[in-house]
Write a protein that binds this ligand. Sequence first.
Ligand SMILES: CC(C)(COP(=O)(O)OP(=O)(O)OC[C@H]1O[C@@H](n2cnc3c(N)ncnc32)[C@H](O)[C@@H]1OP(=O)(O)O)[C@@H](O)C(=O)NCCC(=O)NCCS
Length: 193
Amino acid sequence: MSLEHALQKFPKDLLLKDGLHCKSRPLRKDDEKSLHDFFLAVPSEERMFIKHRVTEPAVIRDWCQNIDLGRNLPLLAIHKSAIVGVATLHQQLSGWKRHIGRVSVLVLPNYRGRGLATALISEITDIARNIGLEKVEAEFIGGQEAAIKMFAMLGYSNLLRLDNYVKDMQAVTHDYVLMGLDLRIDEEYAGMG
Ligand SMILES: CC(C)(COP(=O)(O)OP(=O)(O)OC[C@H]1O[C@@H](n2cnc3c(N)ncnc32)[C@H](O)[C@@H]1OP(=O)(O)O)[C@@H](O)C(=O)NCCC(=O)NCCS
């Protein structure tokens, strides 16, 4: 299935655990301000683990001006016109990892514990499967236990843990954890049902 076809179902309503309604849809050019506001609302101690300087308006402007969903697909969760969660599917279109998508997710603290990250990662994993990727992977630093647990519940398994391997934006060293899911095996099981 083409990416364009896979994205036709968006915008999509998400009904969360406590009855909260959000909408999900891919990033658009006009999301620049809301996306910057979203990153400003992320607690600074968590921002240390984001790989980019997301509080800098120029970084967000560049992302919104140069949207290439085939490379980076940010799927937004929107509540009352504010972005409250983002899951991203990154693809390397050539090289050793061209069959592997990389996913990440971030939900604002006030919106946690309602199944939002689970819903976003389920959606983005489905998109990866539908566009023909064979595997998806997710990277964590050792302390991101909530996220590691959530991905495990969605079927991702631990592929690798390296002690004191990565550095956050303040140059503090952390363990590196790689999790992954084989999308083709899933498909075979689905076919057996
Ligand atoms: C990890 C994160 C994405 C979870 O978002 P969320 O919307 O609260 O997640 P969900 O509500 O879908 O929770 C799914 C499961 O994760 C686990 N979980 C969520 N928050 C947790 C916490 N604070 N402590 C322990 N487990 C937690 C629970 O098992 C939960 O399932 P349950 O509610 O059925 O018990 C969010 O806390 C976050 O953005 N953290 C910072 C960024 C990050 O770590 N990103 C991952 C890197 S890819």
